[in-house]
Structures are given as structure tokens and as C-alpha cells.
Design a protein around this ligand. Structure first.
Ligand code: FES
Length: 240
């Protein structure tokens, strides 16, 4: 029950490796947010089965729905929200060109190298169709932010890419979070957003593409979020 068409689910062995690796990743990161995620992840999961993806408003930490002005184009700070369950971080990116001008991100077809299957990436939403989101859990062995993060187009190392410092997997958020370099053989699951232009508010509605790393289904196997109406934005500083 993925709620998605992709049938290439991680093996149980990979799942065990994922949780083992979360511990290593958090210690390496030294980040309070990452450590918090690990402590919660190693607790026995409460199985929460959804029949469908929940639609949740994206909220700021000040308790208000975020608007376009709350998001920085090509932000080097990592902006995250949990979805669809707790401790499942997603990147929230407002993408721009090398001059930090919003870039409209077109829907595109993304290939999953491991299976040869494809899925439709939804493209950008928002005032400039430049806001996109994806799972922030690396599809190789499950590293989480801040070890994996977005490098702005001005970055000398991985311009305009999401790079995982664990083993080098690289993804292209301008092209459906597709695989640029392995060892990953799966793109990042694309998180589907919607935009209310009248209110200038953003919601998350579902995921498409591969299943979130370490899960046999996106909709079960973890704890439900505290609210059924919104999910809150958090930020982290990249490790490099
Ligand atoms: S976990 Fe290996 S590259 Fe990300």
C-alpha cells in the first residue's frame, strides 16, 4: 500500500541498515535536530496506517501558514517539514537561477535507474512556480539532513544540486530530484505541494516516485504527526 505506482520497495535488510545508519549520521552531524530525529526513530514505531495521504498546511514555527515571502530563493539554510509521518523530513526549496531570480520548474518525467520505470514529477508551485519539495532521506542508505542538503547555484562544489555527504549521491531538484550521481539508484521521492494563490499559502498533499527510504509504504510504519491539519517548518545549518 504505497499510494504510488512504483513497486521497487527497499528490502528488510536495507531498512535495518537505515536505522543503524541514522545513529551514525546523527553523531557525525552533531546537530540537535538530527539527534532528536534519531532518538525518536529508534523508539518502537507506532504503526499508523493511512488510507490516503493527508493534506496539510505548511506552517512557520511562529504558528502561521507560510507565505512566499517566508521562503528565500536558493536558500543555503536547510528548510524541512515532516511528512507524511513523524521523523520523515522533506526539503522545501524555492529554486532560482544563478542570480537568485525565481525559476519556474516544469513538470517532467523522471527515470528510476534501479527499475527503468518512470514517474511524473509535478514541477513547481507558488507565485513563480518555483517552490518544490522532496523527501530529505537519502535513497542510498538513508542519511538525513544536515548531511544531505541543497547547494545553491552559487556553490562551487555542487551548484544547484542536492548532495549527500555520506557517500556522494547527488540529485537534481530542478529536474524532479532525479539521480545525477550514485551510489543511489533511486531519485528522491517527490513531495507534491499545492498553492492557494488567494491566500498565498502552501500545502503538502502527497508523494510520488520511489517509496521513502526504509519504508515498505509511505503511509504506514511510523507515528502520525501531532496535527491532522498542518506540518511545521524547521531549519538546519548544512554541515558543509
Ligand atoms: S546514504 Fe549513501 S550517499 Fe546518501
Amino acid at each position: 500500500m504505497n499510494g504510488k505506482n512504483d513497486t521497487d520497495e527497499p528490502a528488510d535488510k536495507d531498512r535495518r541498515n537505515f536505522f543503524k545508519f541514522l545513529g551514525v549520521a546523527a553523531i557525525a552531524a552533531g546537530g540537535i535536530g538530527a539527534l532528536r530525529g534519531v532518538l525518536e526513530n529508534v523508539s518502537p514505531p507506532i504503526t499508523a496506517a493511512f488510507s490516503s495521504f493527508p493534506t496539510l498546511l505548511l506552517y512557520s514555527q511562529s504558528g502561521k501558514p507560510i507565505s512566499t515571502d517566508d521562503l528565500t530563493v536558493n536558500n543555503a539554510t536547510i528548510v524541512l517539514f515532516d511528512y507524511p509521518l513523524q521523523n520523515e523530513p522533506n526539503f522545501l526549496l524555492r529554486l532560482g537561477d544563478s542570480n537568485n531570480v525565481d525559476m519556474a520548474i516544469e513538470p517532467t518525467t523522471v527515470k528510476i535507474p534501479a527499475t527503468g520505470k518512470t514517474f511524473k514529477s509535478p514541477g513547481g508551485v507558488g507565485l513563480h512556480n518555483s517552490v518544490v519539495a522532496s523527501s530529505a532521506i537519502c535513497q542510498h542508505l538513508g542519511c538525513i539532513p544536515p548531511i544531505i542538503h541543497f547547494y545553491p547555484p552559487s556553490s562551487p562544489s555542487y551548484p544547484g544540486k542536492i548532495h549527500c555527504n555520506c557517500h556522494g549521491s547527488t540529485y537534481d531538484p530542478y529536474s524532479g530530484f532525479s539521480v545525477v550521481n550514485g551510489p543511489t539508484t533511486h531519485p528522491l521521492p517527490n513531495t507534491v505541494l499545492s498553492y492557494d494563490s488567494a491566500k498565498d499559502q502552501y500545502s503538502v498533499t502527497s508523494l510520488v516516485g520511489p517509496t521513502i527510504y526504509g519504508h515498505s509504504s509511505d503511509l504506514s510504519g511510523g507515528s502520525q504527526l501531532p496535527s491532522s491539519t498542518y506540518t511545521e517548518i524547521t531549519t538546519l545549518t548544512p554541515t558543509s
